[in-house]
Design a protein around this ligand. Sequence first.
Ligand code: UT7
Length: 336
Amino acid sequence: MFNSKIIGLGHYVPNNIVTNDDLSKVMDTSDQWIQERTGIKERRWVKSGDGQSTFTMGLEAAKTAISNSGMKNEDIDLIVFATLSPDYYFPGPGVQVQEALGINTVAAIDIRAQCSGFVYSISVADQFIKTGMYKNVLVIGSELQSRGIDKSTRGRSISVIFGDGAGAAVLTREEDPSKGILSTHIHSEGKHALELATEAPGMGTRWVTDIIKDNDPEDFSYRPYMNGQFVFKHAVRRFSEVINEGLYKNNLEVGDIDMLIPHQANLRISQFIQKKFGLADSQVYNNIEKYGNTTAASIPIALSEAHEKGMIKTGDTVVLAAFGSGFTWGSIIIKW
Ligand code: UT7
């Protein structure tokens, strides 16, 4: 058995900045409401017609991660791609990346675990590396949310939160069991599946033809729905539990955490966790004010930024934690 370790990171966000004031021009909201409730000041939304997609953003992040890892495209043995906003209904974007990078017929796995997608994907990559089946794995989290959300007042409780962007990591084998990814912890609770979901189009619910046939102006089943306060309460509980689970597994204490990178769901959630664990500002990395909630992309964007800024050093204990639709949640404990 081996460990895995992250040896290259990259991220990509579209140039187009959408401020809270921009949103208040198209829906009944305000900069004050959004900042107070979420901590978000602005987000990036792709401009329609500029050719950007979940795949293209993921590819850009992946190229940077591979370049930073010192590897070549052909060194990658497996691609794991997390998203809830794929370019096509099927196939998923993993195969698009395989083709674009020109890597010879390596497997491409698509992960649908929404906001926990990157944590789930790292866990999958880690298992393949641990068993020795693959040596170098490319993990991508990318989302194009802006096309699917309802930008009218009706959709304001969701649309002000979400942003577009991508992040990626290259993982490789680590022979020293005290280094790299020490453990991964992933969970789900499907009874709350519809508390945060986009129900249609789905083969089990309403397919595209049903929506067109009914032409019901009150049918918003193809827009994301979130029971915000319910999700919030579960998020703070599960974040805490799964961070503790990771610490316990590795005989670590809260005081051993050098950097916590929580999924950027809402600044209030991150602050709640920070306070609960007694962490200093310098021990928790947040960038939600700039990008909003980018779902599967939020952790790799934050990790890539924090690393770029020199906030993560060799030997640091880094904790990643996520919670989201499914419900799904998870944590990763890394000795950097
Ligand atoms: O990433 C996956 C996991 N996601 C999360 O963890 C998100 C969890 N939930 C949240 O972050 C928060 O619940 C929200 C930010 C989504 C909402 O904040 P809240 O404090 O729970 O607000 P609320 O939904 O209870 O709404 C309070 C009021 C309502 O008005 P009334 O009924 O009190 O008159 C809403 O209609 O705020 C209103 N409202 C808005 N007002 C201005 C909702 N959205 C907006 C808006 N601008 N964008």
